[in-house]
Design a protein around this ligand. Structure first.
Ligand SMILES: [Mn+2]
Length: 354
């Protein structure tokens, strides 16, 4: 297991590399060029800047999260080929810098979605919360306005330029089915995976968050069965997975069983916990197994059983010790650092021969 930490980049993340360096066991930063719109070509000069910054602290830049997939690719429009071409070219650029894993997702329009970014918990912390009944009532455009008013930082997947033409994008998705999305995903993979193989970059799709359709838009990377179908679309090792325990944990998935079945195709793990409620709501909790609905101990044990050599990062954390005043929602410093220590503690215990 190789421990990493997501970093939004110089000037874009209030958390510094100096702080990340002091979290035990972190070997690399998970990064992206967050200002590059989906479908654009990344330049070597920009990647070199990140590499230089990371190297000063001895961090590798092996994992990119994400190289976003342009909406036209998901929609299967004629214009998709130029964006796929840019995607391939970007992979070739990344390969020159030794990038090993590219995380991406294939969710129509919306990336991860919550109804409240700062839900107060009884202990005084607050966390990302999803209220199912609210999502059924709320107009998506209203939701975006609420989220962007709530925070002065741009969140990945919620970039203003992507969301500016939301009404038009919704129109394009009228009548669009899950099968259409599967077909367009297959088209994308058939183009991309051979280039990924040539570059030795492992593609690692992130599951949909939450793992069910919202606003009438299909979501397909949601459970064990669908992940099995995904892996067969292009049945090659470079077509692999990011297993995000929090996203898959938004519904009653048996995540250790998913790891059992597909461990040889997992290139990246996002480990975090969520607490589900009977009415379908969920809130992000501490990493501890007893604090949420996902058995994180069993997750880590299963990875250990298969001698998992891939990358891991703690995923979203709660906002604690007042950090909601400055931290990007879900991406504060403290709870993610605590999460790392929990994961490291489990891993060290499993490694310990007594
Ligand atoms: Mn995740």
């Amino acid at each position: 297991m190789k421990m990493t930490f997501r970093w939004y980049g110089e000037g874009n993340d209030k958390i510094t590399l100096d702080q990340i360096k002091q979290i035990p066991g972190v070997e690399g930063v998970v990064w992206s060029l967050h200002d590059m719109p989906a479908g654009s070509l990344w330049s070597p000069e920009r990647v070199a800047e990140v590499e230089k910054q990371a190297q000063e602290y001895g961090f590798h830049i092996d994992v990119v999260e994400s190289v976003n997939v342009h909406e036209d690719i998901k929609l299967g429009l004629d214009t998709r080929d130029q964006y796929i071409e840019n995607y391939k070219q970007t992979l070739r650029v990344l390969a020159k810098f030794g990038v090993k894993v590219v995380c991406y997702n294939f969710m129509p329009v919306f990336d991860w979605t919550r109804t409240n970014l700062y839900k107060k918990m009884p202990d005084g912390s607050n966390a990302l919360f999803f209220e199912k009944s609210k999502i059924n009532e709320i107009d998506p455009i209203e939701l975006i306005e609420t989220i962007s008013k709530n925070t002065d930082v741009t969140m990945p997947g919620w970039e203003p330029e992507r969301l500016a033409n939301l009404k038009q994008t919704f129109k394009q998705y009228e009548g669009f089915t899950a099968e259409d999305l599967w077909k367009n995903l297959q088209y994308f993979l058939e183009q991309i995976i051979p280039v990924a193989e040539e570059c030795n970059i492992k593609m690692a799709i992130h599951p949909d968050d939450p793992a069910f359709p919202i606003f009438g838009l299909p979501r397909i990377i949601i459970n064990k069965e669908n992940i099995g179908r995904f892996l067969k679309l292009v049945d090659r090792p470079h077509n692999g997975l990011t297993v995000c325990t929090g996203s898959l944990g938004s519904i009653d998935n048996d995540i250790p069983a998913i790891i059992e079945s597909y461990h040889d195709r997992i290139h990246f793990m996002h480990i975090r916990n969520v607490k589900r409620f009977e009415n379908g709501d969920f809130i992000e909790s501490s990493h501890r197994a007893c604090d949420g609905s996902v058995d994180i101990v069993e997750v880590v044990k299963t990875l250990h059983k298969y001698d998992y050599q891939g990358y891991v990062r703690p995923d979203h954390g709660r906002h604690i010790w007042g950090e909601e005043k400055w931290a990007r929602p879900g991406y504060g410093l403290y709870d993610r650092a605590l999460g790392i220590m929990y994961i490291n503690g489990l891993w060290d215990t499993l490694n310990h021969k007594s």
